[in-house]
Ligand binder design. Structure first.
Ligand code: GLY
Length: 418
């Protein structure tokens, strides 16, 4: 056992003992999740006043980003080519879940249903899972209306057509096979496995589960370095399945660790463990999470790439922090007490930072968060508000509200008070 691990064990044991002796059961003391969710609700309502107005509302355009210094969402068409189309409906569902504001619920339905046309055509790329599960997945989770479930089942069948059995993964970008010189799978694709697992368990083909498990295994075996960090892109021979190379598209270099790619890995393997209860995937989720946490700066909000030589002057990526925060709300419940303590402590630090003035907009800016980085090498969305940061932040808060009274957060609070 390493010294740092031993120290955590001793602290953990002491804190649990002291909590037991004092009978202390106070919940998490550093995150005011109700206030944070209210802040989100205020900004969602503000954005809706720009976007919808009675019968003339246009649901074919969806919020994507806000440039530094601006306050209004830039809109993009709600199409399969616009990978972020599902996040705004998802934001509305998450806000409705906590606020129960019927106007928000009404608009969540309208924006969600505006995406159904995407399934009329063959799958464009792997982002179909992001698009339809963040929107329809939340719609079904919250309303239980069968139509929403049917759309997710159709989504899963369409996504599965990207699976190449010779490789054992889904092809992420059919349009980029030439560019990368083979079957390309990006780490982001891990997020789409949730759609396949969900469909297999809710009336869809059981084969969808096999595809998701195979994708997770192949990715685990090829897409990571020994230290638990990942490449953004893995390129395979489409006929033999041989792994050709790991490289980047949105990161600093082929050998660097792009923060959001690592965040997708944390979230993805947490979901795979939830769906399979296979200990290999839990151990791996912890390994990739530890690799992420080990590289964070003091405020727990990552630089856009952990290996950018401009650090500490490089831009941050708040969206990666939000993805990981949401994943940790779940992973804490699966892992051993030592990991749970580390992840609970990290989660609190992330949520505290995200709700601070350093990352929150002042005034009437429509987004909930600032300082995300979309595609640095392309010079796109650097230091912007981006809709998926708001989505995963609200998901993290909504989930955190349900677990914040667990003893592990009490232990973290006791340790911090020392
Ligand atoms: N899935 C694209 C991204 O993370 O930017």
């Amino acid at each position: 056992m390493k010294y740092s691990d031993l120290r955590i064990c001793i602290l953990f044991g002491t804190a649990v003992m002291s909590a037991a002796i004092t009978g202390c059961s106070s919940p998490c003391r550093t995150v005011d999740v109700d206030a944070d969710l209210k802040f989100c609700h205020t900004h969602v309502r503000l954005a809706l006043t720009d976007l919808v107005s009675g019968d003339s509302s246009d649901y074919s355009m969806i919020p994507r980003n806000i440039a530094p210094g601006d306050s209004l969402w830039t809109l993009r068409p709600a199409t399969a080519e616009e990978w972020c189309s599902g996040f705004w409906p998802g934001v509305l569902w998450l806000d409705y879940e906590s606020s129960r504001d019927e106007e928000v619920g009404f608009q969540a339905r309208r924006y969600t249903e505006a995406l159904e046309h995407i399934l009329d055509k063959p799958v464009f790329d792997h982002d179909l899972g992001f698009l339809m599960f963040c929107s329809y997945g939340n719609a079904y989770r919250i309303t239980r209306e069968p139509h929403y479930r049917d759309v997710i089942l159709r989504t899963a069948d369409s996504l599965a057509t990207l699976f190449n059995p010779s490789v054992g993964t889904m092809l992420s970008w059919p349009r980029n096979v030439g560019l990368f010189g083979g079957h390309n799978t990006i780490m982001d694709n891990m997020i789409n496995l949730e759609t396949l697992f969900w469909a297999a368990d809710n009336g869809g083909d059981r084969l969808l589960r096999d595809i998701a498990v195979k994708h997770a295994e192949t990715t685990m075996n090829n897409h990571f370095r020994d230290d638990g960090t990942c490449y953004h892109v893995a390129v395979y021979d489409p006929a033999t399945g041989a792994f050709r190379r790991g490289c980047t598209h949105q990161g600093y270099s082929d050998t660097s660790t792009w923060a959001r790619g690592q965040a997708w890995a944390v979230y993805g393997y947490t979901v795979v463990y939830r769906a399979t209860h296979d200990k290999r995937f839990l151990d791996f989720a912890c390994k990739v999470t530890d690799a992420y946490l080990d590289r964070l700066p003091e405020d727990y909000i990552p630089y856009w790439d952990f290996d950018d030589p401009c650090i500490p002057d490089a831009p941050r990526d708040v969206s990666a922090a939000c993805v990981v925060a949401s994943a940790l709300t779940e992973l804490i419940g699966y892992c051993d007490s030592e990991h749970a303590l580390r992840y609970a402590s990290g989660l609190e630090k992330m949520l505290v930072s995200l709700s601070s003035d350093a990352y929150r907009p002042a005034g009437r800016c429509r987004s909930v968060l600032l300082h995300s980085t979309g595609h640095y090498p392309a010079g796109s969305e650097i230091d912007y508000s981006i809709i998926y940061a708001d989505y995963y932040y609200m998901e993290a808060l909504t989930r955190f509200a349900k677990i914040k009274d667990q003893p592990v957060f009490d232990t973290v609070g006791n340790m911090a008070a020392r």
